[in-house]
Design a protein around this ligand. Sequence first.
Ligand code: TYD
Ligand code: MG
Length: 448
Amino acid sequence: MKLREIYICALCGARSFQWKGQCPTCGEWNCLEPLQLKDGGRKSESLAPRAERLIRLAEASDFAGAVFSTGMEAFDRILGKGLVPGAAILVGGEPGIGKSTLLLQIAGSVAASGRRTIYLSGEEALSQIRSRAERLELLHDNLYAMASSQVEDIFPLIEGENAPALLILDSVQTLTSSRAEGLPGNVSQVRAVATEVVERCKKQHTAVVLVGHVTKEGHLAGPRLLEHMVDTVISLEGDRQQVFRLLRVLKNRFGPNQEMLIFQMMEQGLELVEDPSTYFLGARDASLSGTAVVMAVDGQRPLAVEIQSLVTKSHLTIPRRTGLGFDVNRLHLLLAVLEKRLRLSFAQADIYAKVGGGMRLMEPGMDLPLVAAILSSYYDIPLPERAVFWGEVDLNGQIRPVAGHVVREGQARRLGYHPVVCPAAGDGKRGFHTLKQMQQALFALPTG
Ligand code: TYD
Ligand code: MG
C-alpha cells in the first residue's frame, strides 16, 4: 500500500499537494490539514452505489412509499415528508445548543412508532443518555443506545436483520475510524467516519443522522466535505443565554430548503413554537417611542420582529453607537444617510439600537424599520401602534424594494398590521419612494 499525503482545506474542502499557510481556494488561514489516502488516492469517494447493470430509471427502486414519520409533524414537513430510508442528514450546531437533546427526542419518537432506532454516542456515557431519555420520557423498547468512540463497533449492529430504521451518530467529531490516521475530529477522521457510516446505511436503507459540532464562526470540521456526503443539512442555531433555537434547513434533496422551525429549550427538552410569526415581538409596548416592527423573512418564513432604538443626549466627545442583533455598520450607514438627506444632526447624540427577542437579523429589509425606530426616538413620538415596516435604504435616501415583498405583505395583512410602511410599488397606491416622504408622513412634519 502506497501512502501519499495530500492536504485538504477544513473549510472549503479544496485539495492541495503541498501544505500552505493559506488555502489557495477560499483564502482562509491555517486550515489545511493532512489527509492520508492509503491506496494512493484512487479510491472513488462517491457514495453512489456502483451500478451493476443498466436499468430503466422507472424500474429503479424508490422510497417514496417507505418514507416514515419522525413523530414530530413540523420536523417531517421541513424534511419533505419525513425520514427517507437510506437518507443521510447532517445536523450542525455549536456545542451546548441542543443537538443531542433534539436527536434523542427524535430517536425516542421514531422508536415509539415501533421502529428500531439506535443512538450511538461518542461523547456521553450511557448512564447520562439514559437519565436524559428517562427525564424526557423517551424510553421505549425500540430505542437502543451505545457509547463508543470507535465507529467500527457499530457496523455489525446495523447490518442485515438488525438494521435499524434510524441511526444517530452523536457526533462525527468524537468517533474514530481505524481506516484513517490522526485524532478524532480531524478532517481525515471526520471524512472516514462519515463515509463509512453513510455508505453502510445507504445499503441497509437506514436513515442516518450525523451530528456535527460547529465553532462560533460557524465552521464544521470539514463542513463542505460533509455537506456533499449527505442529502440534507440542518443547522441548529441560537444563543445559549436565550431559550429559543432556530432550526434551519440549508440543503435538502428530498424537500424544500430554506425552511425553518423555532424551538424553545425547556426543562422537558426542545418544544416547538407553533406560531413563530409573532414570537419575537414578545411583550412589546407599542405606546413607547423608539420601537418599530419589521416584517422580516427568514428563508421563506415571514417573522414579525421588534426593532428598538434609543437616541439620547451624549456627554462624550465621541458619541456612542451601539447595535445588537445586527451588523452595526448598517447603523453607521443609516445615520450618515439621515444626517445628509434629512438634515438631522446626531453629533451630540448617543444612539443605541437592537433587535428584540435576542434574534439576529441580517437582511436589508430592516433598514426602514431601523430608521423609523431611530426617528421615533429622536422626535420622541411613538410610531402608529399597528404599523409594520420593511425596505432597504439607499445612500441617497431612496427606499428600495427587497425580496419577499409578497410574503411580507400577505403576512402583514393576515396579522392585521396597518399602516404597512414599505417601498413604493408600481401602482403608486402605497409605500414610499424616499426617506423624506416617510418622515413627513409618520411624524406629521410640514412638507417642503
Ligand atoms: P445538548 O443537547 O447536550 O447540546 P449539544 O448536543 O448541542 O451540545 O443540550 C445542552 C443544553 O441544553 C444543556 O446546557 C442543558 C440544556 N437542556 C435543557 O435546558 N433542557 C433539557 O431538557 C435538556 C435535555 C437540556
Ligand atoms: Mg451533544
